[in-house]
Ligand binder design. Structure first.
Ligand SMILES: NC(=O)c1ccc[n+]([C@@H]2O[C@H](COP(=O)([O-])OP(=O)(O)OC[C@H]3O[C@@H](n4cnc5c(N)ncnc54)[C@H](O)[C@@H]3O)[C@@H](O)[C@H]2O)c1
Length: 438
């Protein structure tokens, strides 16, 4: 097939590289010329394990091309797939400017009929609106399809290659057949449905995951107070097949470019349609409180943050990505600084220079530089590099052996052997003594 992907971000780059690897001829259009140049030079704008080699191989073998030239890029393609960003906009609704810019350009420059798949996460009703717009007053036919994406950053290629399911919202049999053929290499159930249901599935799935995270974080916070251990509790509840073990890891709250934005979008959708979505509004509030809980633990242990030096280990919203969009680190660092603390931060992949334009912190070259002279260290991302730190060296470099671990990277017993005051999530320091009731 000849496929054109519009948008060379996390989703677009992975889709383009995998389709090319399956033997298709792929043109990836990116309107940021600097990004195109970087990609052509082999310097990808996103950090995703395995992606540089996959892109390089397919470019070298002539199946994958990057361009900023929209007019030529879209001609004579069997499929145009839109993977541009849909960032948070006003009042919780996503901002669809990039998507509509692409749709308008498609209508303006199309020289033949085409199939247009929307891979970006878009509000319910978007495919319908796009189809009506494209097919009004034109000699060509635009067959619009909804193909929401479920990959996770950090494991994007593996997720793309072995999804739990594919969801395809389409209206014509020809679209169904073409997509069936395209996704033939994947061995997973395929849900063929209407546009609106496909669009809703994407939001409903993300909001469920966000809710599950806020749920387990709340249980973990309770564990800290009543002497239960969240790891044991999560194991015990996760073995119930009605619940399942995934997404039962407590932490500092969710972040990234999807869960916060998609939960906000569902709240906005509910409000616009008179449906009570207070459950999801609460999920967002609890998530913010979970970020702030880290700061409260710091304040409690240090007796206030005025003049205190805090090492922050990890800025990306999760490990194996350089993405800091809506990362918990942003809210946590801002609050520490607001309370008079000074932050020295380290992350192996995040763009420190870009972040310093948004946040007040000193970047460190490695975790040891970050903790030097620190009154406390806070772990916010579960990077493998942190698991392997020389804890003796960390303790020796710190002003105070205090670690607030938002990711439960270490065993409490080991930390106490190294003399740390160690504060994980959902694991009490010691079991409380309850009054005897008869
Ligand atoms: N990142 C994820 O893990 C993930 C997972 C599933 C779904 N999604 C959804 O997929 C969509 C894309 O997400 P992303 O994280 O890849 O976004 P991104 O911001 O990383 O990438 C989008 C790219 O599109 C480019 N772009 C914008 N307008 C363009 C235009 N007119 N022509 C060509 N290129 C243009 C941008 O410059 C950018 O490089 C979003 O709707 C997101 O919600 C993301």
């Amino acid at each position: 097939m000849r496929i054109c992907i519009v948008g060379a971000g996390y989703v677009g780059l992975v889709s383009a590289a995998v389709f090319a690897d399956w033997g298709h001829h792929v043109v990836c259009i990116e309107n940021d010329l600097q990004k195109v140049t970087r990609i052509q030079e082999g310097d990808l704008p996103v950090f995703e394990p395995g992606l540089p080699n996959l892109v390089k191989r397919n470019v070298q073998e002539g199946r994958l091309l990057f361009t900023a030239d929209f007019t030529h890029g879209i001609q004579e393609q069997d499929l145009i797939m839109i993977a541009v960003g849909t960032p948070p906009g006003d009042n919780g609704h996503p901002n669809l400017t990039a998507l509509w810019n692409v749709v308008k350009a498609l209508k303006e420059y199309a020289r033949s009929s085409m199939m247009v798949a929307i891979k970006s996460t878009v509000p319910i009703g978007t495919c319908d609106a796009v189809s009506r717009y494209l097919n009004a007053d034109t000699e060509f036919r635009f067959d619009v399809v909804s193909t929401p994406e479920f990959l996770r950053q950090g494991t994007a290629i593996a997720d793309f290659l072995s999804p739990d399911r594919m969801v395809i919202g389409c209206r014509t049999d020809s679209a169904k057949q073409i997509l069936k053929k395209l996704f033939e290499p994947l061995e997973c159930p395929v849900v063929f449905t209407d546009w609106q249901s496909a669009e809703m599935i994407k939001y409903a799935a993300n909001v469920f995951l966000a809710t599950k995270i806020s749920y387990i974080n709340t249980i973990a916070n309770l564990c800290e107070e009543v002497g239960a251990n969240i790891h044991q509790v999560a194991l015990g509840i996760g073995l119930d097949h009605r619940i399942g073990p995934a997404f039962l890891k407590p932490g500092v709250g969710f972040g990234g470019s999807c869960l916060p934005k998609d939960t906000q979008a569902i709240v906005a959708l509910g409000e616009a349609n008179g449906v009570d979505v207070s459950l999801f509004r609460e999920v967002l509030r609890l998530n913010h409180e979970q970020h702030m809980r880290v700061v409260k633990k710091l304040e409690k242990c240090l007796g206030g943050l005025e003049g205190k030096k805090i090492a922050v280990l990890g800025l990306a919203f999760k490990a194996n990505t350089n993405d800091v969009r809506e990362a918990p680190s942003l809210a946590i660092i801002s609050r520490i600084v607001e309370l008079g603390g000074q932050v020295i931060a380290y992350d192996p992949a995040a763009d420190m220079e870009a972040l310093r334009r948004l946040l007040d912190f000193i970047p460190a070259a490695d975790p040891y530089e970050a903790v030097t002279g620190a009154d406390a260290a806070v772990v916010l991302t579960e990077w493998e590099e942190f698991y392997g730190m020389d804890l003796q060296r960390v303790g020796d470099l710190m002003n105070n052996r205090l670690i607030i671990d938002g990711r439960n990277l270490f065993a409490p017993q080991v930390m106490s052997q190294y003399g740390f005051h160690y504060v994980p999530v959902g694991i009490p320091k010691q079991a409380p003594v309850f009054p005897i009731t008869k």
